[in-house]
Design a protein around this ligand. Structure first.
Ligand code: SF4
Length: 180
């Protein structure tokens, strides 16, 4: 992972300012509205909103065939209504203080040392130094959180088998067999 100063410099050279278009919360291209959330993030949103797990999140839609009719996936996404995140209301995020890492760090993400940049109207705009550093710190934290979640998923996947004919999600908390 790059040092925070170096990452902040790269972000500054790219430039970014959120325009509030909320396109990152809606489907504007294939799967562009799939916001992956970890169990700790889901539980934080549940605590803040009083919503249930199922009201908050839906399984990542790409399931892997496990044989005997069993199918599984490795992540949860923020639940969508139609093509839009359910937490987007009148163009604003209603869980802003509790939004997931993906939302906090959009349009950037780290892949090892590489800083990846997604399409966004706000790219290229001047970014204040302190905001670039905040984004760099958030990206580093997001990477660490994702590494912990991935290790948890690998451990849980090794522990359990999906029952015949059922669908399940593996996350760092365990195997969650879905209804129906
Ligand atoms: S949680 Fe908030 S910021 Fe993230 S996609 Fe939904 S409305 Fe947008």
């Amino acid at each position: 992972m790059p040092a925070i100063d170096e990452l902040a410099e790269r972000i500054t050279s790219i430039g970014f300012r959120c325009t509030g278009c909320s396109e990152c919360c809606r489907r504007v291209a294939d799967d562009s509205n799939l916001v992956i959330v970890s169990p700790p993030e889901i539980r934080a949103i549940m605590a803040a909103t009083g919503m249930t797990w199922d009201e908050t999140a839906e399984p990542y839609p790409e399931f892997i065939d496990g044989g005997d009719g069993a199918r599984y996936t490795f992540a949860w996404c923020i639940r969508r209504r139609g093509n839009t995140c359910i937490f987007l209301v009148d163009g604003r995020c209603t869980i802003y203080a509790h939004r997931p890492w993906i939302c906090r760090t959009y349009p950037f993400m780290l892949d090892g040392d590489a800083l990846l940049v997604s399409e966004c109207r706000g790219l290229g705009a001047p970014i204040p130094e302190e905001e670039a550093r905040d984004m760099a710190r958030a990206l580093a934290e997001r990477s660490r959180a994702e590494a912990v979640e991935e290790a948890g998923i690998r451990r849980r996947f090794a522990e359990a088998a999906v029952p015949k004919g059922r669908r399940a999600v593996f996350d760092s908390e365990g195997m969650k067999v879905l209804d129906g």
